[in-house]
Each structure stands twice: as structure tokens, then as C-alpha cells.
Design a protein around this ligand. Structure first.
Ligand SMILES: *[C@@H]1O[C@H](CO)[C@@H](O)[C@H](O)[C@H]1NC(C)=O
Length: 439
């Protein structure tokens, strides 16, 4: 990888230089371009020749050589509750993984979460599934303490061979007022990553509670449309009149760079068997992970179609989706079983689409919220069914987005109280924040 990165920028620099020289005269810049092209070709050929003559220079062999010399990979550790995992968690894991060669993730147990901030929405086995499915995660530890202890830190260093402990740029203060990472910092084995802007579990729970409050007390059109705009990620203020968590602002700004960072960037190989699955993938959960794993197992390349916000709203009602199209796309992209996503897939699968992507098989899980289509006059899977390339997959887990929302609703008051506290500290963060470089 590094070898490729070294040659490319030189070429780019030459190109921009050639462009800047346009006022020197067309003829000279043409000559320059020709020289550059030939030079590039020669350089390219000589790199190819070198690689052929000394195979050790190719990136793969450099890795191989490291192994032969028994150079240990750098192991980095990050922990968290990962309750209702979202793309902010995924981005933190991506950043952490970039600081080493192997990422080991500590997931906090249900008992520890309950003792420290009340019961988690998603039980440990589901959180383990969603964390393990993130493509930047190499190993998972299932009994991390809520606040890192000195004993556990020593265990990480001595038993798990961790080189660095990674944490976000928010301070982590223990009940006794000391810095939780003081020991790791003193040992020079602490590294920090930048907070992911735009999303937090507090914010997502807020969106769900908002949707519940509205449905029970104020089903007025203005509130419904406010909620819709809000859930679609627009910068919208929502004042709930002092009864709950106060003003909520969605800070998510999707950028092309973030999508590139999350994407594999790989096309399907020649003769690849391409599997297609579509859906809303709202509040990405363990049920999604498991059906994607099964689907990927049926071929060589998994293409996931993510329905637009409008499509989801039309099928599930004005309170859905909770996460907007871009947020849902990032969560799906972070999943190791996914090769590519269509950001805004059509509801009906056409013959043209099947040809365009060379789809071999279209699959659909048995546990899905959009099964009302059976009653619809038009079946979205009519074309693949008629082509006999449609398969129903038995969903391994009985969880839907509604399951998650119901869990929140049944614990409504506890979550609302927790959210008010956390909402306050987040408000302070946004008020005091300043620009920090890095990604
Ligand atoms: C399209 O997919 C099939 C597998 O279903 C594969 O055999 C074929 O080579 C693919 N076509 C191309 C052009 O890759």
C-alpha cells in the first residue's frame, strides 16, 4: 500500500505543474505533457520490473517479511458499551484501528452498565454481534469494566499484549476525580482519537422518545412534520415545552470523505456471484448483522440496497426512519459482510437493475417490518421471482427496528431521565467546542 502511495503524489504534482505552465505556450506544455507521459510510462515499467526482479518490494511481501522477522503487530485497545451501535461508534473503531495493526475491543457487560447508568437497551450477546461485525474489529473481549481499572489495564498489557489504549478526546474521570487513563498515559501507552460529530446514543434515544411522545399526546400535523424533518437530519430545533429533554438539534453532516473512509472501494471480481438484499436498515442492529452474514455466505459479493427516507416513511409511517438515509448507509457500510451499498435503492427491483449490477440472487429475510408488500397490488420482488432468482432467508434473530423502539418505550422514564442528564453535558460540549484537526 505504501509503495503505491509513494509514486502517485509525484505524478499528481507533475500534472498540476503542467497545467500551471499553460501560459508558457501550448507547444511547450504539449511537449512537457509528452515527456511526462513517457516518463510516467518508463517509471511505471521500471517499478514493474523492479517488483518482478525483487519480489520483496511489493507491499504484500513486505508484510510477509515482517512476519518472518517475527515483528509483532501493534495491538490497540478500545472499550465501550456500544449500546444501540451507530456510525459514530463505527467511526471511532475505524480511527482506533488506524493507530495500529489489530484492534481489540472491550465490550462492557450488562451488569456493569446497569450498575453505572441503568439497564442497556441491547443485551450483551447482541452488542457482541454488532461490534464483532464491524470491519475494523479484530478481536472482542466481553467483560470490560465500565471505567477502566488499574488491574484491568495491567491485564490488557500483560495478557492481551495490548500496546496502546485508545480513547476519545472527552475526559474520562473516575468517581474519585482522577483521570481513568492516567496510568496508560504515564506509561506512554495511551492514544487519543477525535470525537465523531453529529451523532450520539442520547440523540438517537431522543429521536425515539420524541416519536413516542408525539404519538401519545400531540399527533398534530405540525409536530409530525417537525419530527420528520428532524429525523431526516436537517438542522431543526425542537422545543418540547420543558417537559423533557429540551432542544434537540441533529448535527449530522454527511460528507463524501466519510463515505469513502467507510467503503471497501472494491468492485466485484470477475465471475463473482453477486447477492442483493434491500431494506431500510434503520437503527442497525444484531438482526441486520445476522441476515447480512447469511446473505453474504450465498455468494462472493453482497450488494445492499438502502431505501430512501421517503420510501421508509411511506411504508412504516411518518415517525420512520429514525436514522436518515446517509446515517443508515454508513452503518451498513461499516459491516464486514457488506461489499457495496446503493444509497437510495428503489422499492421495486427491475430487470434493468438486475442486469446493471449482474445480480445472481435477490434475498429477503423472514423477520422484516416491510412484509406488508405481500398485501400490496405490486410485489417489489415480482421480477426476480419470475426470473427464479429470489430466495427467502430464515432470519437467525427475531429482532426488528420496532423491537428496539419498544425496548426504549417500555423503559421510557428511565431513559428519559438518563437522557436529560447526558443531554445537558452534550449541550455544554457543543457550546464550548472548537475546531480540532484530524479525521
Ligand atoms: C455475472 O454473474 C455470473 C454469476 O452469477 C458470473 O458467472 C458472470 O461471470 C458475471 N458476469 C460478469 C461479466 O462478470
Amino acid at each position: 500500500m505504501r509503495g503505491g502511495a509513494k509514486t502517485k503524489p509525484t505524478h499528481f504534482r507533475q500534472i498540476s505543474w503542467a497545467n500551471m505552465g499553460s501560459d508558457v505556450g501550448l507547444e511547450s506544455s504539449r511537449r512537457f505533457l509528452a515527456t511526462w507521459l513517457i516518463g510516467g510510462l518508463v517509471a511505471g515499467l521500471s517499478v514493474a520490473a523492479l517488483t518482478a526482479a525483487w519480489p520483496d518490494l511489493s507491499p504484500l511481501n513486505i508484510v510477509g517479511r515482517k512476519k518472518k522477522k517475527k515483528k509483532r503487530p501493534i495491538r490497540v485497545y478500545m472499550d465501550g458499551c456500544f449500546d444501540m451501535m451507530h456510525y459514530g461508534h463505527c467511526n471511532a473503531l475505524r480511527q482506533a484501528r488506524a493507530l495500529g495493526d489489530q484492534l481489540i475491543v472491550g465490550v462492557v457487560s450488562d451488569a456493569e452498565i446497569t450498575a453505572n447508568k441503568g439497564p442497556p437497551v441491547t443485551p450483551l450477546h447482541e452488542r457482541m454481534l454488532t461490534v464483532s461485525a464491524v470491519k475494523w474489529v479484530d478481536e472482542v473481549i466481553h467483560d470490560a469494566p465500565y471505567a477502566i481499572t488499574e488491574d484491568f489495564m495491567r491485564k490488557l498489557f500483560d495478557e492481551y499484549n495490548i500496546d496502546y489504549i485508545i480513547h476519545g478526546d472527552d475526559p474520562c474521570i473516575l468517581p474519585d476525580g482522577t483521570d481513568a487513563y492516567a496510568l496508560a498515559k504515564k506509561a506512554g501507552r495511551y492514544k487519543q482519537i477525535k470525537r465523531t460529530e453529529g451523532v450520539s446514543s442520547t440523540d438517537i434515544v431522543g429521536r425515539m422518545l420524541l416519536c413516542v411522545r408525539e404519538r401519545t399526546s400531540c399527533e398534530s400535523p405540525s409536530h409530525a412534520s417537525l419530527q420528520r424533518q428532524f429525523s431526516h437530519g436537517h438542522k431543526q430545533k425542537y422545543d418540547d415545552g420543558g417537559s423533557g429533554s429540551g432542544t434537540r438539534v441533529s448535527h449530522f453532516l454527511p460528507t463524501s470523505r466519510r463515505i469513502v473512509q467507510f467503503s471497501n472501494g472494491k468492485a466485484a471480481g470477475p465471475n463473482a456471484r453477486i447477492i442483493y438484499i434491500d431494506g431500510a436498515f434503520d437503527l442497525f442492529h444484531a438482526g441486520h448483522v445476522e441476515i447480512l452474514r447469511l446473505a453474504r455466505g450465498l455468494g462472493d459479493f453482497l450488494l445492499v440496497g438502502i431505501h430512501t427516507d421517503q420510501t421508509v416513511t411511506a411504508n412504516r409511517g411518518v415517525h420512520r426512519p429514525i436514522m436518515n438515509l446517509h446515517e443508515r448507509s454508513l452503518s451498513v457500510l461499516a459491516c464486514r459482510y457488506v461489499d457495496e451499498v446503493i444509497i437510495g435503492a428503489p422499492w421495486e427491483i427491475s430487470k434493468d437493475m438486475i442486469t446493471t449490477f449482474n445480480i445472481s440472487l435477490v434475498v429477503h429475510g423472514t423477520v422484516a417490518e416491510d412484509d406488508d408488500f405481500e398485501k400490496d397490488d405490486r410485489d417489489p420482488y415480482e421480477v426476480p421471482k419470475s426470473m427464479e432468482i429470489f430466495k427467502v432467508l430464515e432470519s437467525p434473530l427475531d429482532i426488528t427496528t420496532s423491537t428496539i423502539i419498544k425496548r426504549i418505550v417500555s423503559n421510557h422514564e428511565a431513559y428519559q431521565k438518563r437522557n436529560e442528564r447526558k443531554g445537558e453535558s452534550e449541550r455544554r460540549y457543543y457550546e464550548g467546542k472548537s475546531y480540532i484537526s484530524g479525521d
